[in-house]
Design a protein around this ligand. Structure first.
Ligand SMILES: [Zn+2]
Length: 438
């Protein structure tokens, strides 16, 4: 599916020029350009205009459809597609019963390759063009994922999962072997094209002190690495961490003690944090990857969005499949709204959509590249239907103001609304029957 070099996409362009306030339906941060042409030259967006461009551009007419930047999913597990929707467990049982057996299959190179391809194609078919991903403990799973991302031109941040205890034998590494694997993977992949390496301790309970210290050493030695892990997801887990690390003030403090927290740290969940933790996250510039469908599905708890925002902690949005129940960042936004409704906080459509695009990009230090339709950004762009089916069509016809339209859209829509996904100017997903007019 190759696209021409200079293309112009017609549709209703929606993105952000700033961070919107949490609960205001009218926001100067929103940039809505209805019936405009988005100009893409090669891999980059170069502008947008109301007037049809001249014949030097290949015109692709998606008039009447919604054009958004590709979504940014900051926490998702590539080997867990196969356990999505598994019944009846909280976090620690979930890992034992479903996740660890599934991850063991990625020790096989063929399985790792097929699984990585299927995973990234699924992201693209859900409108996600950038992701921070957990593969497995196996080096081959990381190579396979980076290769698959490179073949699609996607912005992917990932790294070998570190686990040297409290996991099945087939998923355990050791400090020296893991360090050698990480060094080799960093040398091969970090900074190559759109790929970046993340030092990836699964979570505090599955790494020894020596392994966490080794992870901190990697971050200190190599500039620009990311760090991803889980923190304070579930109460039994928090209790276990307190027993395993009695010297640490809190769960988050375990990571602080080993030098794992900086502005490139992506911490999934962060439900059971206190004010001192949030102050530390702010000070380090680390982000919380909020994973609402997972938090609801595993009964983990309600994330304190308002408390995090008050403490000026960066928040991004994540599917956390397979604990999460959908790869769709639209379903994720809808769940985030519902979690905050339970917590007594109202989120505007703008706060949600910003967090899934420009906000996530900013938290990763990639605002110049992804998450917007700004000239100069990578042409990672998705075309969506405003409505599919009579109920949604009726709702969109009734909606008068833009916020009402977009909020109803993100409440009702899912991946079936996706028409096309572009990654660096190339079509990487097209819905069956979705041939645009030209
Ligand atoms: Zn996770």
């Amino acid at each position: 599916m190759n696209s021409p070099q200079r293309i112009a996409l017609r549709g209703d362009l929606l993105d952000f020029v700033d961070r919107p306030a949490r609960a205001e339906p009218e926001s100067p941060a929103v940039r809505f350009r209805p019936d405009h042409w988005l100009l893409i030259d090669g891999e980059r967006i170069v502008g947008a205009q109301a007037k049809a461009p001249d014949e030097g551009w290949t015109r692709i007419d998606h008039g009447g459809k919604l054009i958004l930047p590709g979504f940014v999913d900051t926490h998702v597990h590539s080997p867990q597609l196969d356990v999505i929707g598994s019944w009846g467990a909280e976090l620690l049982d979930w890992l034992e019963t479903y996740t660890f057996p599934s991850e063991q299959r990625f020790s096989d190179p063929g399985q790792a390759q097929r699984g990585s391809n299927a995973f990234l194609d699924a992201l693209l078919a859900h409108g996600t063009t950038s992701a921070v991903v957990f593969p497995t403990v196996h080096k081959v799973s990381v190579d396979a994922l980076f290769e698959a991302a490179q073949a699609r031109g996607m912005r992917v941040i990932t790294g070998k999962v570190l686990m040297d205890r409290h996991a099945p034998e087939a998923l355990r590494d050791d400090v020296d072997g893991a360090e050698a694997d990480c060094e080799a993977l960093i040398a091969r992949w970090h900074g190559r094209g759109r790929l970046a390496y993340a030092v990836t301790p699964r979570f505090a309970p599955t790494s020894s002190d020596a392994q966490l210290a080794m992870a901190g050493g990697l971050l200190a030695r190599h500039r620009g690495l990311y760090m991803q892990t889980h923190v304070a997801e579930n109460r039994a887990e928090v209790q276990w961490v307190a027993e395993l690390f009695p010297q640490a003030r809190s769960y988050l403090d375990v990571y602080e003690r080993f030098g794992l927290l900086d502005e490139r740290a992506v911490l999934a969940h962060g439900i059971w944090l206190d004010d001192a933790d949030r102050a530390l996250l702010h000070e380090r510039g680390a982000q919380i990857a909020h994973s609402p469908t997972s938090n609801l599905f595993l009964g983990s708890g309600l994330f304190g969005w308002a408390e995090a925002e008050q403490a000026e902690v960066a928040i991004s949005l994540a599917s956390d499949v397979g604990g999460g129940t959908s790869l769709s960042m639209i379903r994720t936004m809808a769940a985030a709204y519902q979690v905050q409704a339970l917590a007594g906080t109202k989120l505007s459509a703008w706060a949600l959509l910003h967090t899934a695009t420009r906000g996530g990009a900013q938290a990763l230090g990639l605002k110049h590249e992804i998450g917007s339709l700004e000239a100069g950004a990578s042409a990672d762009v998705c075309v969506w239907d405003w409505a599919v089916g009579p109920l949604a069509q009726r709702r969109q016809q009734i909606a008068s103001r833009l916020h009402e339209k977009v909020f109803a859209w993100l409440t009702l829509a899912d991946e079936r609304y996706l028409v096309e996904t572009y990654v660096v100017g190339q079509v990487r997903y097209r819905r069956a029957g979705g041939e645009p007019g030209r």
